[in-house]
Design a protein around this ligand. Structure first.
Ligand code: DMJ
Length: 933
């Protein structure tokens, strides 16, 4: 079925279920006629250029997939920095994120249908044979039910869908006899025991071999799961049922969805982030469209499209109205509390919500989709990638970026809906950034820190399943794809399921239709497709006009508060006191605090501590304001702590064959020159003798003019620095002696001084964990001459990098190195530490169990006690615009100007305040990990 011939009569009410199998159900649903509209704002892209970009995507896919197959397969994922497979149990655990790895060649399965979309039919045929020959689904491994469903079950079903399509065409896959489907069914049965709860919500994890509960299973004691984890099953499970005729899968997935719907917060119609699978109580009552919830909404709308069941559309529309009412604050999408939806729950957004504009296209709500997408694009332009989380004033909140596809997905759907070539340019930027910053000799590496450009030894399977599909489709014309993409719907992992399933084995939906929906009023049935004539009324500049007012939204942004203006003024009352405006010396503020039940305790060290007793508030409204004030203060305090930390640094390997492509995350030193102030140092590396650098070097000739490598331990960092400096080294890298340690799994820290004056240390020193250090040591073994750049962020890659086959001559490199050695002037950096060798840079959330932490912000009246500690000074956010270009620089300046106590001495801070500061990040981080961020 072609898009143009799509069956639905967009624009006229269709009160019965539409024959969805006839409807173009890619996310461009009902909007495809708009593709003929071309805006004048962005110059149209020629067919040649589109083809060139499409070919570039193919080459990039080959680089990623080829390296996986060559160096990692049959392992689940490629580790692109060390060029080997990630085998669970053989690498240090990364926590929940490893639950996607089931020793089932995850990346191969997740890539199956991408091969067909990219027209690599021969490779697809080979890949299917490999899956059938090599993959074992019966491993004694505990895996995430959610991840296994979307990546593996979805991957097998997507592979099956395209295998039967190819077979029917008569050229490829003639031998295929539903073998992938049989594997999918086997896997489906393996997942079913997870649903053995009274609620019908699945346990979050399952042992592939032993299921749940049995002692050997090592799982089944969990009480909570995320909403997306329980609500993102219906497409794969229904497809499995309809393909095989085994109704049980669709039944189970429907039951879980019915339960979530039943538990929605009835006045706001929102759902929380985590739910108790036994009681159905919301465990986390914050609600957004990103981590933990995202694909629940996606699956409601897509289940309607795939299965044609009205109840799913009704539910989706109900939630969507709530989202647009409370969460959407264009161009932002901000989490709120389900019970108090006018209250924002945080001041930052996570990267997963970047899929939402794509979903809005499917819904047909283009304007907010354009707005949010534009905002996200500007954040990307600032940092090259979308940081894992960023604040409402667009500063980096969590700096990593695991090559997520969501933004590319939304870009593709917006292009389909608007035909605006602007979105092709956006795609081109994504391609350029991936090649420039993430491409390494052995694949593409996730960004460890978008600010420094450092890498993580990780290439997630979704990068192949989704990113390349969306980028390729963005530039492809109809004839570039060997089948009609509009006959399929994309799952959340971009696997393709055929729309004809809507008319196959429908008995299940009939059997399970509940009568509950009659209670809802008709306005929830948004039956009609948006009329593209109205959406784009002969106006080729439609999208451009929506983007225009937002064009500087990131650059010109001032820090935002977390309370909405309209709410503050709703009652005509004076807006409540904002944490960022609070001054402990302002008598009016103190009065307001008192009314809100917040008392101020002056600590001996000059700071103040805030404690709230809701029961002491003048009224329940004041108590609520107090609660909100405390939440703001906790966020502010946590933000300030982050800003007061030294950001991580980068060690970039610039010599052949790396040419700047491999960037390692390094811990900074509190002494030596400040690398953020254009003091980067470039030089060849040499090991010190003794390797611990704790005494005068016996090989000064080897380290002279070079960057000396020393091993951690046995003496102070500053002592090592002095010894290598005396031997003539121009910089130093301390490598952790703790074998196997890695910045992937351990919190980075900064190297402290030795309690004495460290002004005499004039060379930069950086710290690498053992795994990152061994990348340099391995390179020395293999290439002897290894040159690195020590800096605050990765610099543009060398021109040689463009020709990886052409190693630069040794002399050239040496000349470059000589030219680029920066003269080092003495700088006084930061403060002495009481701590003997190191101080923590990160709060090390891993070391704290969430159960140990009281959630100060969540304690309910009447006896709420929250105690963030604030400085006497008004927080520096006051009305000033932060120039993001200078953000890191400003950050360093703040560090230099800040008092030691404020910057470093966490010991002086009350423990509950620190815990409260950490708590939100820990919770959200864990949640994101669980949700496979
Ligand atoms: C993918 O596995 C899926 O898109 C999922 O729904 C969310 N996260 C990842 C990619 O970021």
């Amino acid at each position: 079925m072609s898009a143009a011939g799509g069956g639905r009569d967009c624009g006229s009410p269709v009160p019965q279920r539409a024959p969805w199998s006839l409807v173009a159900a890619t996310a461009a649903l009902c909007l495809l006629s708009a593709t003929s509209v071309r805006t004048a704002a962005a110059a149209p892209m020629s067919r040649e250029e589109k083809q060139k970009l499409g070919n570039q995507v193919l080459e990039m896919f080959d680089h990623a997939y080829g390296n996986y197959m060559e160096h990692a397969y049959p392992a689940d994922e490629l580790m692109p920095l060390t060029c080997r497979g990630r085998v669970r149990g053989q690498e240090p655990s990364r926590g929940d994120v490893d639950d996607a790895l089931g020793k089932f060649s995850l990346t191969l399965i997740d890539s199956l249908d991408t091969l067909v979309v990219l027209n690599k039919t021969k490779e697809f045929e080979d890949a299917v044979r490999k899956v059938l020959r090599d993959v074992n689904l019966d491993n004694d491994v505990v895996v995430s039910v959610f991840e296994t469903n979307i990546r593996v079950l979805g991957g097998l079903l997507g592979g099956h869908s395209l295998a039967i399509m190819l077979k029917e065409k008569g050229e490829y896959m003639q031998w295929y006899n539903d073998e992938l489907l049989q594997m999918a069914k086997q896997l489906g049965y393996k997942l079913l025991p997870a649903f053995n709860t009274t609620s019908g919500l699945p346990y979050p994890r399952i042992n592939l071999k032993f299921g749940i509960r049995k002692p050997e299973a090592r799982t089944g004691t969990e009480t909570d799961t995320c909403t997306a984890c329980a609500g993102t099953l219906i497409l794969e499970f229904a497809a499995l049922s309809r393909f095989t005729g085994a109704t049980i899968f669709e039944e189970y997935a429907r039951k879980a969805l019915d339960f979530l719907w039943e538990k929605r917060q009835r006045s706001s119609n929102l759902v929380g982030v985590t739910i108790n699978i036994h009681t159905g109580d919301w465990v986390r009552k914050d609600s957004g469209v990103g981590a933990g919830i995202d694909s629940y909404y996606e699956y409601l709308l897509k289940a309607y499209v795939l299965l044609g069941d009205d109840s799913f559309l009704e539910r989706f529309n109900t939630h969507y109205n709530a989202i647009m009412r409370y969460i959407s604050q264009p161009p932002l999408l901000l989490d709120v509390h389900i019970h108090k939806p006018m209250l924002n729950a945080r001041t930052w957004m996570d990267a997963l919500l970047a899929f939402f504009p794509g979903l809005q296209v499917l819904k047909g709500d283009i304007r907010p989709a354009i707005e949010t997408h534009e905002m996200l694009y500007q954040v990307i332009k600032k940092h090259n990638f979308l940081p894992e989380a960023f604040t409402t004033d667009f500063r980096v909140h969590w700096a990593q970026h695991p090559l997520r596809p969501e933004f590319a997905e939304s870009t593709y759907f917006l292009y389909k809906a608007t035909g605006d070539p602007y979105y092709l340019e956006v795609g081109k930027t994504l391609i350029e950034n991936l090649n420039k910053y993430a491409r390494v000799p052995c694949g593409f590496a996730a960004m460890k820190d978008v600010r420094t450009g450092s890498h993580e030894d990780r290439m997630d399977s979704f990068f192949l399943a989704e990113m390349f599909k969306y980028l390729y489709l963005l530039f492809a014309d109809k004839e570039d794809i060997i089948f009609d993409i509009e006959d399929y719907i994309f799952t959340t992992e971009a696997h393709l399921l055929p729309l004809w399933l809507s008319t196959t084995n429908q008995s299940i939906s009939k059997k399970n239709t509940t009568s509950e929906y009659t209670e809802l009023d008709d306005s929830n049935f948004d039956w009609t497709c948006p009329n593209t004539q109205i959406l784009f009324p002969h106006d080729p500049l439609y999208a451009q006009r929506i983007r225009e007012p937002l064009k500087n939204v990131v650059d010109k942004s001032c820090p935002r508060g977390i309370i909405r203006v309209e709410e503050s003024f709703r009652s005509g009352a004076k807006p409540p006191l904002r944490a960022r405006d609070f001054m402990a010396t302002n008598p009016e503020h103190l009065e307001i605090l008192k009314k809100m039940g917040v008392s101020l305790i002056h600590l001996k060290d000059g700071r103040v501590q805030l404690v709230q007793h809701a029961i002491q508030a003048a009224s329940s409204i004041d108590a609520e304001d107090g609660l909100r004030f405390m939440q703001e203060m906790i966020e502010l305090s946590s933000q300030q702590q982050k800003e007061q930390q030294l950001p991580p640094r980068a060690v970039q390997i610039v010599s052949h064959p790396f040419f700047g492509r491999v960037v390692l995350t390094a811990g900074p030193a509190q002494f030596g020159p400040d690398l953020s102030k254009h003091k980067e140092t470039r030089g060849f590396v040499a090991s010190s003798k003794p390797y611990n650098g704790c005494s005068e070097l016996t090989n000064p000739e080897a380290v002279m003019g070079k960057i000396a490598l020393v091993q951690r331990g046995q003496c102070m960092f500053a002592e090592k620095a002095r010894n290598i400096q005396n031997a003539g080294a121009i910089g130093g890298i301390v490598i952790d002696d703790n074998e196997g340690s890695s910045s992937d799994t351990a919190p980075l820290f900064q190297m402290a001084g030795d309690g004495k004056d460290t002004d005499d240390i004039r060379i930069p020193m950086l710290f690498l964990f053992s795994k990152e250090g061994s990348i340099i040591l391995d390179a020395i073994r293999e290439y002897e001459e290894v040159e690195v750049l020590l800096s605050d962020k990765a610099k543009d890659r060398d021109p040689e990098m463009d020709n990886e086959e052409q190693p630069s001559s040794e002399n050239d490199s040496q000349n470059q190195s000589a030219e680029q050695i920066i003269s080092i002037s003495p700088t006084v950096d930061l403060v002495d530490q009481e701590t003997p060798e190191e101080s923590s840079l990160n709060s090390s959330p891993e070391s704290l169990s969430p159960a140990d932490i009281e959630d100060a912000a969540d304690v309910s009246p009447p006896e709420q006690t929250s105690s963030p500690t604030a400085n006497h000074e008004t927080p520096s956010l006051d009305g000033e615009c932060t120039d993001l270009d200078n953000q890191l620089e400003e950050q360093s300046e703040t560090e230099e100007n800040s008092s030691p106590e404020v910057s470093w001495d966490k010991k002086a801070q009350p423990i509950d305040s620190i815990l409260a500061d950490w708590n939100e990040d820990i919770e959200a981080f864990e949640m994101m990990e669980k949700d496979e961020l």
